[in-house]
Write a protein that binds this ligand. Structure first.
Ligand SMILES: [Fe+2]
Ligand SMILES: [Fe+2]
Length: 194
């Protein structure tokens, strides 16, 4: 396996893990608050929602769309239908996050029934995201491994490396890493992202 390929796939999987971890924790935190085992921390909840909204939208999905998916479409038509579906899911995401923001706002405003609605919406979103990440890892990546050239992997690795480089751009990637660390630190025990 080429170094670029290993590097690109490691970065993609690591990004999936941080995203999944925050969603998982949001879900667990709401369960604890609902059961009155924990006090509600709205800044933490909003910070998590911001992260799961903005990180994929600003950094992760654009790199998939513009590099991984684009190059794979050039090499084969075998993945076309799968990529169509994954890109449809990328565009659906802001809508799903809009729903979560709406219900979280209603919970903060003390609207009756809104906590149940928020928990349902987050659970649906979590399921949707697990499916998306699993499909990419178990279906899309194997096709990419079969069809992409080592020059393709060089380009993809370079694009994703920007996400991990704090000196890149306006430090946006670094700001997301920082926020992730803050979320980890603020999440009360026994929950956590270890
Ligand atoms: Fe994706
Ligand atoms: Fe992804």
């Amino acid at each position: 396996m080429s170094d670029s390929r290993t590097q690109a796939l490691n970065t993609i999987r690591a990004e999936h893990r941080t995203l999944a971890a925050v969603i998982h924790n949001l879900k667990d935190l709401l369960t604890e608050v609902h059961a009155q085992r924990m006090k509600v921390d709205f800044p933490l909840l909003w910070s998590m929602v911001y992260y799961i909204d903005a990180f994929p939208d600003r950094l992760h999905h654009p790199k998939e769309d513009e590099w991984l998916f684009r190059l794979l479409r050039q090499r084969t038509h075998e993945a076309d239908a799968l990529i169509d579906e994954l890109q449809r899911q990328h565009t659906h995401e802001p809508q799903a996050l809009g729903e979560i923001r709406r219900w979280l706002g209603n919970v903060e405003a003390g609207v009756p029934g809104s906590m149940d609605a928020l928990m349902r919406t987050v659970a649906t979103y979590a399921e949707f995201t697990w499916r998306h990440l699993k499909t990419e890892e178990h279906e899309l990546i194997p096709l990419a491994e079969t069809h992409l050239t080592s020059a393709d992997w060089d380009e993809i690795a370079h694009a994703f490396a920007q996400n991990a480089d704090p000196l890149n751009g306006f430090g946006e990637a670094d700001a997301f890493h920082q926020r992730f660390r803050e979320i980890v630190e603020r999440t009360p025990a026994p929950l956590g992202l270890a």
